[in-house]
Design a protein around this ligand. Structure first.
Ligand code: ZN
Ligand code: ZN
Length: 319
């Protein structure tokens, strides 16, 4: 989940997660200038590079592609289809063709004179027949102006923005279908819930959540998962992928922690999901970093709640 965690530091990615969790689908659209496909989710336009990164970290899966027609004027992919007479340019009527097997007669339903809703009259020998004694065979298109049967109707598309065009004039665009991976999406949603809880938790302690980019003493800017501020006190929160491989990750992060701690007296808290061993926590504790080590974000929230109880009990015992 390390790559996904890195992406979740970006607000735009968190917005995309919120839309996907809300059930919004990634919808294709066509850029009218370039004729190229792009994708939307909710109110966010997705850059192809963002989609590639989301696929790279396993959050999105490409579930196949198809070639779709779009309006050559506005790029719209929603349109009505009309069948038109190639000679007279008018809409064709569809007529169903019936056969009466007893006599071999073939024709439209109006050739069998309707007696009532259940019985008809055969046009051949004028005998009364039942509805079940005729069989639907096919249909044809008839021109309402010339009255002729049309075998080669012209297909005209009406884009919902009012542009008419023939199928050969349409733009053909390759559209992909992207679907979220359920377990990765849940992880990302739980991450956001945890940050919301942490934000409220810090607010109760007089901290406001501020922009999650902080400059260190070296002037290098780091992107954290959340930054909280109360007066001149700043607390930086970093969420890291725990488990067995986290020691190397923590060691590579030490310069960042050191650099930030040198600037504006920054306090630092690291949340590990899943939990880590003492080898990792002891390294960070030497740097004065607060640690939450939990197997899930739900557990991390519980750990924060327990610390509320611990602090209030401490207050009581101090009185
Ligand atoms: Zn159009
Ligand atoms: Zn016609």
């Amino acid at each position: 989940m390390a790559d996904l965690l890195a992406m979740l530091k970006e607000r735009q990615i968190r917005d995309i997660i919120a839309y996907l969790n809300h059930g919004d689908k990634i919808m294709p659209a066509i850029d009218t200038e370039s004729g190229m496909a792009y994708y939307n989710v909710g109110n966010t336009k997705l850059d192809i590079s963002v989609i590639d990164s989301l696929i790279g970290c396993g959050l999105l899966k490409d579930s196949g592609s198809s070639s779709l027609a779009s309006c050559p004027v506005c790029g719209n992919m929603e349109f009505n289809v009309e069948l038109v007479c190639p000679t007279h340019g008018v809409t064709l009527q569809k007529e169903e063709i019936y056969e009466e097997p007893r006599t071999g007669f073939i024709g439209t339903i109006d050739k069998f004179i309707l007696k009532d809703s259940k019985t008809l009259t055969s046009p051949v020998d004028k005998k009364e027949i039942t509805r079940s004694s005729i069989v639907k065979r096919s249909y044809w298109f008839r021109c309402s102006v010339g009255g002729e049967v049309v075998n080669n109707p012209k297909i005209v598309l009406h884009c919902l923005k009012g542009h008419d065009f023939e199928i050969i004039q349409a733009n053909i665009v390759e559209i992909h279908r992207f679907i979220p991976d359920e377990s990765k999406l849940k992880f990302a949603v739980d991450y956001i819930k945890f940050l919301e809880f942490a934000s409220d938790f810090m607010k109760e302690r007089g901290y406001n959540e501020v922009d999650n980019r902080l400059a260190g003493a070296s002037k290098v800017t780091y992107t954290l998962d959340a930054v909280y501020r109360k007066g001149t006190e700043t607390l930086a929160l970093s969420v890291m992928s725990g488990g067995n491989s986290s020691l190397m990750g923590v060691i590579s992060m030490l310069p960042e922690i050191y650099d930030l701690k040198q600037a504006n007296v920054v306090d630092f808290a690291v949340v590990f999901i899943p939990s880590v061993g003492l080898d990792v926590t002891s390294v960070l504790e030497r740097y004065g970093v607060s640690i939450i080590s939990a197997n899930s974000f739900e557990d991390a929230i519980e750990a924060l709640k327990r610390s509320i109880i611990a602090t209030s009990q401490q207050k009581i015992s101090n009185q």
